[in-house]
Design a binder for this molecule. Structure first.
Ligand code: AP5
Ligand code: MG
Length: 210
C-alpha cells in the first residue's frame, strides 16, 4: 500500500485540490478535519474529545488522530493506498503513518500567510455533496446553486472566523511546518505555488505525481 499526502496551511486549497485529483490518482481522499467534524456532529466519544481543540484552532492530540487513521486504513477501499488531506500534522503522526503505509509523495501547497484569512473567511460548502466554494475566488456558476449537485443549501464551518484562523495558522507554523524538513530529507517533498489559479495548481500537482 502506497499513499500520498497533501500538506499546507489552513486554506491552502488541500480539500479543493484533493477533490480534483482523486479521480486521476484513484486514491480515496482522507481528510482528518472532515472525519473530526463528522464525529463532532454525530456526538461520538472522539467528537466530544476533539471539539474543544477544534473550536480553539488547536491541534487535536496525536493519540486521537492516530486512532482515527488506524481505523480508516482497515476499510476495504484503503487497500491500494489513500490520499491524506491535513494529515499528518506532527512528527509523531508522521512516524505512526510510516508504520502503516509507504508515503511516496508529499505535495506542499504553499500560500503566503497574508492570503489565508480572506481565503478561509469567504469559504462555504454544499450541504449535500460537500463541494467547496468561495465568495470571491471560487463562486458557484449560478448564484445559490451548487455546480456539482444542484443543491441550494450551503454551510460555513464553525472554525472559519478570523480569530480561530489565526490560531490555526499559529499551530501550523509551530507544530506542522517542521514536518516539511522531515519529509524533504526523505526526498519526497514537492512544493507547489498555491497562490495561483486553481486549475494551474491541479496541473502542477498531477505532474509532480506522475
Ligand atoms: P482541517 O479541516 O484540516 O482544516 P485546515 O488544515 O485548517 O485546512 P482547511 O480545510 O481550512 O483548508 P484547505 O487547505 O482544505 O482549503 P480549501 O480547499 O477548503 O482541520 C480543522 C481542525 O481539525 C484543525 O484546526 C484541528 O483542530 C483538527 N485537525 C484536523 N486534522 C488534524 C490532525 N491531523 N492533527 C491534529 N488536529 C487535526 O480552500 C479554502 C478556501 O479557498 C475555499 O473557499 C476555496 O474555494 C478557496 N480556494 C482554494 N484554492 C484557491 C486558489 N488557488 N485561489 C483562491 N481561492 C482558493
Ligand atoms: Mg480542508
Amino acid at each position: 500500500m502506497t499513499s500520498i499526502v497533501l500538506f499546507g496551511p489552513p486554506g491552502a486549497g488541500k480539500g479543493t485540490q484533493a477533490a480534483r485529483i482523486t479521480e486521476s490518482t484513484g486514491l480515496p481522499q482522507v481528510s482528518t478535519g472532515d472525519m473530526l467534524r463528522a464525529a463532532v456532529k454525530n456526538g461520538t466519544e472522539t467528537g466530544i474529545a476533539a471539539k474543544e481543540y477544534m473550536d480553539a484552532g488547536k491541534l487535536v492530540p496525536d493519540s486521537i488522530i492516530i486512532e482515527l487513521i488506524r481505523d480508516r486504513v482497515q476499510q476495504p477501499d484503503a487497500k491500494n493506498g489513500l490520499m491524506f488531506d491535513g494529515f499528518p500534522r506532527t512528527i509523531p503522526q508522521a512516524e505512526a503513518l510510516s508504520t502503516i503505509t509507504e508515503v511516496t509523495h508529499v505535495i506542499a501547497i504553499e500560500v503566503p500567510d497574508g492570503k489565508i484569512v480572506e481565503r478561509i473567511c469567504g469559504r462555504f460548502s454544499c450541504v449535500s455533496c460537500g463541494a467547496v466554494f468561495h465568495d470571491i475566488f471560487n463562486k458557484t456558476t449560478v448564484e445559490g446553486v451548487c455546480d456539482q449537485c444542484g443543491s441550494t443549501e450551503f454551510k460555513r464551518r464553525a472554525d472559519d472566523n478570523e480569530t480561530t484562523v489565526l490560531q490555526r495558522l499559529g499551530a501550523y507554523h509551530e507544530q506542522t511546518s517542521p514536518l516539511a524538513n522531515w519529509y524533504d530529507e526523505q526526498g519526497i517533498f514537492h512544493r507547489i505555488d498555491g497562490d495561483r489559479d486553481i486549475d494551474k495548481i491541479t496541473i502542477d500537482i498531477l505532474q509532480a505525481l506522475s
